[in-house]
Ligand binder design. Structure first.
Ligand code: EPU
Length: 452
């Protein structure tokens, strides 16, 4: 019998949709970042830990957020979402079971463990979805829950968890962004203190910590990737503003530099983008940090660079596909090595169809277990973990079916750089992570038709 952990499904139940993109036009103007996808939906779930209402503003208007809102409603939680602002509380939660109809849809389900286990002493989580970029198992989350005193059963249809968290000590065997967050959510109301070691450092985690502390939680970051969570009896409500989306920031930065344009990315925070900005400088790209954002402006042919994705503060995995487009326009041979997910080069075949000169390779690695963040048992001889890009090469238009969220944003950007008209199917998947992407791109001069 296959367990839930082995059977995590990856397809996205999102309707297909097509857009037509006219390329080869420098993009210029200003875009304002929306709230972060990878913080917003988690803040809504975190608010369920309190019976008092919280107001969360600057939320991204994306499908992943609507999905989380629907799950909360089905569980009986109080939530009202009005554009970018939500009011949420957990006072009326009535069931510990996330309905099966939400299986496979996104990563949100696993975040409900904390709020539901504190209220009911048990939880059922059906299979998870999310982008098809690797197996994405939950073994580190589940080991961590066990360390807090929770009993975990991994069954065919999902995970069954039972017991009130007591607190404890857990050292993540490898860094996990989501695992750090789900363990924090499961620890804030524990009867004792929790120490998490080798915790992830992503700014979205800090956003969740700040929100929880504003509710009365006692969470402290310590040096050397340690987090200490002192369990409290109860949380109150608060008003909180979701952080800006750093992936959106990188998308518009690359759009400016790759289309030879000039874009002011309002809301971009240099502190979230340090390694990206360092690489832009290394490539000879120009940016200017201003009080309320960062301006990216093309002013010379870029040079090749080498990047290796790493957990924060390293070069983020979500940025590598966008960076690849930039390197197709840079002079020389660049490399991109992906160490976080085992299968995150699915967009490359489209870039090659568009004329990019890219070849795959597997780097020589002495200690794979240490070098890669994914579980080595999830690797396959059919996956490559690195690419070589020779530039600059003009890109041609493409007809493509978008494979995943970040890959989709990449093909969209490549189409904006390319000569001619591209047709992109399944473009709705981009709405999982980008608020108003069509109108935002149109505002800076892009010609995109087909999706409202
Ligand atoms: N992993 C395991 N076992 C675990 C947990 C993780 O093997 O128990 C593996 C994963 O399969 C992956 C690696 O460890 O190979 C890192 O996974 P991590 O847990 O750090 O990632 P995540 O929490 O699943 C979040 C974002 C991703 C982002 C990564 C890295 C959300 C909803 N997703 O994923 O965002 O790429 O962290 O920062 O926060 C996206 O937005 O498109 C996206 C994929």
């Amino acid at each position: 019998m296959q367990s839930a952990n082995q059977k995590v499904k990856k397809e996205n139940r999102i309707d297909s949709s097509a857009i037509i993109v006219e390329g080869s036009k420098p993009l210029r103007g200003e875009v304002k970042l929306s709230g972060a996808k990878n913080s917003g939906f988690k803040l809504l779930v975190a608010a369920l830990l309190s019976d008092e209402n919280s107001q969360i503003s600057n939320l991204p208007e994306i499908t992943d957020l609507l999905l989380t809102t629907n799950i909360i409603k089905e569980l009986g939680g109080n939530i009202s979402l009005d554009g970018k602002v939500a009011k949420v509380s957990g006072s009326n939660l009535r069931t510990y079971k996330i309905p099966n109809k939400f299986s496979d849809m996104s990563r949100a389900n696993i975040y409900f463990v904390g709020p539901l286990i504190h209220r009911f002493g048990k939880v059922f989580i059906p299979l998870l979805g999310g982008c098809d970029i690797g197996a994405r198992p939950l073994n580190r989350h589940m080991q961590g829950f066990r360390a807090l005193g929770i009993k975990v059963e991994d069954k065919k249809d999902g995970w069954y968890l039972q017991g009130h968290p007591k607190g404890g000590h857990y050292k993540f065997p490898k860094v996990t962004h989501g695992g750090t967050e789900t363990l924090i959510l499961a620890s804030v109301l524990a009867s004792g203190t929790t120490i998490l070691d080798n915790a992830a450092l992503e700014p979205e985690i800090d956003d969740i910590i700040s929100f929880l502390n504003s509710l009365g939680a006692k969470i402290q970051r310590k040096p050397r990737r340690r987090i200490i969570i002192e369990g409290v009896d109860k949380l109150h409500g608060s008003s909180y503003t979701c952080m800006p989306d750093r992936n959106e920031a990188v998308t518009y930065a690359v759009a400016a530099l790759a289309t030879k344009g000039d874009i002011f990315v309002k809301g971009a925070r240099a502190s979230d983008l340090a390694i990206f900005l360092q690489k832009v400088s290394e490539a000879g790209g120009s940016f200017h940090i201003e009080k309320d954002g960062i301006r990216f402006k093309y002013n010379q042919l870029l040079s090749s660079t080498n990047i290796t994705t790493k957990a924060h503060p390293g070069f983020m995995t979500d940025w590598q596909s966008l960076w690849t487009i930039l390197m197709t326009q840079a002079n020389g041979i660049s490399t991109v090595k992906e160490t976080i997910f085992e299968n995150r080069f699915q967009h490359i075949s489209f870039l090659m169809q568009m004329g990019a000169n890219i070849s795959f390779f597997n780097p020589k690695v002495i200690n794979k277990e240490k070098y890669y963040d994914f579980n080595i048992s999830d690797d396959s001889p059919k996956y490559f973990h690195a690419i070589k890009i020779k530039g600059p090469t003009p890109l041609q238009s493409v007809q493509a079916k978008i494979p995943d969220l970040r890959g989709g944003a990449t093909i969209l950007l490549a189409s904006l750089v390319a000569e001619g008209q591209s047709r992109l199917e399944n473009a709705d998947i981009i709405k999982r992570g980008y608020s108003d992407f069509v109108s935002n791109f149109r505002k800076i001069g892009a010609k995109i038709e087909g999706v409202s």
